[in-house]
Design a protein around this ligand. Structure first.
Ligand code: SF4
Length: 392
């Protein structure tokens, strides 16, 4: 057993163990049992180390609550991933990329998980049905980019991961392989030197990490991210906007800045999905827009991810932006900058098309006003009326 597997075994994965650790007055095992039965629980030592007090943002992400049983607008498969699944373990929604579910398990289980209907259950992400998935990927030459996910693909052994990398690299039209993984937050010791050596043979391999709160960027996590970056794995981060966890512009700003420092490019902030069991985590959309507004312009553009809603029912990711434009017409665009100051951008004028004998291209070009963003444009000189020659 490798070191990371031994560490995984030290996780808290039953309600009784949780009650032992935090007290049975805090953990009501009987009351939480239905939530646990619905979606399993596991907190790795790394996750446990980030919980500083009961009910804090880290606690909320991983400890089951009876609120998970209140289903209002929640849907089991809120993104209709199964509807876009042509063969087991593949979801093909976008034109040139496909999701490939390769692992049914995660190191820790996030209570808001969109895929909680499947994750943790090997019967629902079958490990013996990959041939039809490889065949589908081979036959669909439009697929350039495969996102290995699950569960967490980094829960597989290096041997198994290498098998997937090799099989995917045998398919010429697959250019990019991505790993969707929360392992650098849950179990950073999984990023071993051996894995880092192995992965170099199959580049380009990207990793989409998942961090929701600055407290998750422990020294161990930052070191693991560094090992991946040194191994040539470009790192992005997906963050889910969660009530009571990170629905605060200052927390999000700190998270994005810390990620960037750890060599991770923030990629998405997602609105929490309308998933059954995770509804108590949802904020309103205005909160996300407020957060993006507090990032854009106030910190490096590298630290500003796209804010998206993954459209319920399988519509895909739709980006949302705060309102900056006040007016747009054929002459100008009136907008406010990040600090709320008003500016005008002049629309380009269409130059007249020079036609031999009927126009003067140079004169038409001189009619274009230089664009001056953020400054009041100088008034254009009126053409001086030429004196008409009298002819005598
Ligand atoms: S790591 Fe990802 S797949 Fe696993 S429980 Fe968390 S959100 Fe779901």
């Amino acid at each position: 057993m490798s070191d990371w597997q031994k560490i995984l075994h030290e996780s808290v994965d039953t309600l009784d163990k949780l009650a032992d650790r935090y007290g049975s007055d805090v953990i009501d095992v009987d009351a939480l049992q239905p939530a646990f039965d619905n979606f399993q629980m596991r907190l790795t030592p790394n996750v446990l180390s980030t919980i500083k007090e009961i009910g804090d943002p880290m606690w909320q992400q991983y400890v089951p609550t009876v609120q998970e049983l209140d289903i209002v607008d929640g849907v089991i498969d809120s993104l209709d991933e199964d509807g876009d699944s042509p063969v087991p373990n593949i979801t093909h929604r976008y034109p040139d990329r496909a999701l490939f579910l390769v692992s049914p398990v995660c190191a820790s289980y996030c209570r808001f998980c969109t895929r909680r209907r499947k994750v943790g259950d090997p019967e629902k992400i079958p490990l013996n049905q990959f041939e039809s998935a490889f065949q589908y990927l081979r036959e669909h030459t439009e697929i350039r980019d495969v996102i290995m996910s699950g569960g967490d693909p980094m829960m597989l052994s290096d041997r198994r991961l290498e098998y997937f990398f090799q099989r995917l690299r045998e398919i010429p039209h697959i250019e990019i392989i991505r790993l969707g993984s929360r392992i650098t937050s849950h179990l950073p010791s999984r990023i071993t030197p051996e894995f880092c050596e192995m992965v170099k043979k199959y580049h380009p391999i990207y990793m989409n990490t998942h961090f929701n709160h600055p407290a998750e960027l422990t020294p161990e996590s930052i070191a693991a991210l560094g090992r991946l970056a040194d191994a040539g794995v470009p790192l992005g981060c997906q963050t889910v906007l969660l009530r009571g966890v990170n629905d605060d512009p200052q927390i999000m700003k700190e998270l994005m800045q810390k990620l960037l420092k750890a060599r991770v490019r923030p990629y998405y902030i997602y609105m929490a999905d309308q998933v059954a069991g995770g509804e108590h985590f949802r904020t309103n959309v205005e909160k996300g827009l407020e957060i993006v507004k507090a990032l854009r312009g106030w910190t490096s553009g590298l630290a500003v991810p796209h804010f998206v809603i993954d459209a319920p029912g399988g519509g895909g990711k739709v980006p949302l932006l705060p309102e900056y434009v006040e007016e747009i017409n054929e002459d100008e665009v009136v907008f406010r900058n990040y600090a709320g100051e008003r500016y005008v951008y002049k629309q380009p004028r269409q130059p007249a098309i020079a036609v031999a004998g009927c126009g003067d291209a140079a004169a038409a070009e001189s009619d274009i006003v230089p664009i001056q963003v953020g400054k009041k444009p100088k008034p254009r000189k009126k053409p001086v009326a030429r004196k008409r020659k009298t002819g005598t």
